[in-house]
Design a protein around this ligand. Structure first.
Ligand SMILES: NC(=O)c1ccc[n+]([C@@H]2O[C@H](COP(=O)([O-])OP(=O)(O)OC[C@H]3O[C@@H](n4cnc5c(N)ncnc54)[C@H](O)[C@@H]3O)[C@@H](O)[C@H]2O)c1
Length: 328
């Protein structure tokens, strides 16, 4: 099967390309390389182009005639979205509408779409099920919610079948160390804690230690990128088999506190993580973790590598090589 992986030069998309190729599918990456890396495109051709330019997408579809589409391309840094709402709506929403138009003309290949737990906002109840009321509290979450609504409307009108996968916090690297997380700037907890431990980044900032959680720091749900990749393959297979559209949470179903993450980073790396305690950031819920029963049921989802130390060890192996740190 030929799969157009839009945003496939980025962190999660590259891992899905690797998983597609490992089972004999051909990933064709479509990416403008604004946030991705050519060195992460290893398992099929790269079509350089921008989803905001419909003509670029048409060129890629004509050249490759994909059997399915996976759509990872977006701006995803929350603070950047608050500073540049129009840029986020243009890239994440208008860009996605371009993609849908081109998919319509290509006879509606099935679509797997990267959504996010940010569509939920601050939850009233936990764990978060897919039916939890959506009240996104930032521009990023609202743009993803808007795309989900466009997908649902179009699927209702006919033609499109899709899977919207709402990831919690992706983490880790490929277990063989080949690819990993290379955001620039990096805003995610685990890579930044590793940077601080390795001395290649600043001390960590702990935003709030007075939350109503056992150790006072926020609790989040992390999911290994390799587990995410397996879920994407299963979602694709389900659509290819003719299933109707569906939406699923993808997390581990378990929460870890920021302090637990830092402690685990210290255990895995054998290095101290320097940190400072800061006041709470507005809009950070105390706890977020997923109910993953729908993914288990529809996709046979079993997050095997999403134990905290495994995720951190895989990320550490990747970064240690990248930063030329001596083996322990
Ligand atoms: N990383 C996470 O924890 C997480 C959590 C929830 C949801 N998501 C979603 O998953 C997707 C992938 O996230 P990621 O962490 O791999 O991000 P990433 O930035 O590493 O990858 C996104 C890729 O899309 C490309 N891209 C962006 N705009 C483009 C455009 N206009 N045209 C063509 N290519 C474009 C970038 O160059 C990059 O290669 C995103 O949609 C994100 O919102 C990520």
């Amino acid at each position: 099967m030929k799969v157009l992986v839009v945003g496939g030069a980025g962190y999660i998309g590259a891992h899905i390309c690797k998983a597609l190729a490992a089972r004999g599918d051909t990933p064709v990456v479509f990416d403008n390389l604004s946030r991705g890396h050519t060195h992460a495109v290893r398992w099929g051709p790269l079509e350089q182009g921008d989803i905001r330019q419909e003509i670029d997408l048409r060129r890629a579809f004509e050249a490759h005639q994909p059997d399915a589409v996976m759509h990872f391309a977006a701006f995803a840094e929350v603070a950047e979205g608050e500073a540049d709402p129009l840029g986020f709506w243009d890239n994440n929403v208008a860009g996605s509408l371009n993609l849908l138009r081109v998919m319509a003309d290509a006879g509606w290949p099935p679509l797997v779409f990267s959504s996010t737990c940010a569509v939920y906002g601050v939850p009233e109840r936990l764990p978060l099920t897919e039916d939890t009321l959506q009240r996104p509290i930032n521009v990023y979450g609202r743009t993803k919610q808007a795309v989900e609504r466009a997908l649902a409307d179009q699927a209702g009108a006919g033609g499109l079948r899709y899977a919207a996968l709402r990831y919690f916090n992706a983490a880790g690297a490929s277990p063989d160390g080949e690819i990993g997380e290379e955001h620039e700037p990096e805003t995610h907890l685990i890579p930044n804690a590793l940077k601080a431990a390795a001395g290649v980044g600043p001390a960590m900032k702990l935003f709030g230690t007075d939350y109503d959680t056992p150790d006072g720091t926020c609790i989040r749900d992390f999911i290994h990128v390799a587990d995410l990749a397996q879920a994407h393959l299963a979602a694709l297979d389900r659509l290819q088999a003719g299933a109707p559209s569906f939406t699923c949470n993808l997390g581990s179903g378990q929460g870890y506190s920021v302090r637990e993450v830092l402690d685990a980073v210290e255990r895995v790396t054998g290095r101290a993580v320097p940190f400072s305690v800061e006041s709470r950031r507005p809009g950070d819920p105390a706890r977020l973790f997923a109910d993953i029963s729908r993914a288990q049921q529809l996709l046979g989802f079993a997050p095997e590598r999403s134990g905290l130390e495994t995720m951190i060890a895989d990320a550490w192996a990747f970064h240690r090589a990248r930063w030329n740190l001596p083996a322990q």
